[in-house]
Write a protein that binds this ligand. Structure first.
Ligand code: FES
Length: 101
């Protein structure tokens, strides 16, 4: 059963910033894109690089290991369209970012 889980203080991630958050044994790449939060699976489908430790540019998250690019809002892989990552619904409530998992 899916439920929203609090994962971070919204104020701790400024626009353009992201990081890996771990909840219930799973890792997510949480990114603030122009004030909106997006949560992708953290493991890059190429070789498992941590997408939360990547770089955000023009709405794309670049994997820190070999630079594959992902649409931060959808998880679509721009480097290899056959290898997207899952994108999870988020919301902000009571100053916290919540991810539906
Ligand atoms: S592990 Fe992400 S591009 Fe290689």
């Amino acid at each position: 059963m899916k439920a929203f889980v609090s994962v971070a203080d919204a104020s701790s991630l400024a626009p353009g910033q992201g990081r890996t958050v771990e909840v219930r044994g799973r890792k997510f790449a949480l990114w603030n894109v122009d004030g909106q939060f997006f949560a992708l699976d953290d493991d890059c489908p190429h070789r498992g690089g941590p997408l939360g430790a990547g770089v955000l540019e023009d709405g794309k998250v670049y994997c820190p290991l070999h630079g594959w690019a992902f649409d931060a809002k959808t998880g679509a892989c721009l480097s290899n369209p056959a290898r997207p990552v899952a994108c999870h619904p988020t919301r902000v409530q009571d100053g916290q970012v919540w991810i539906e998992i």
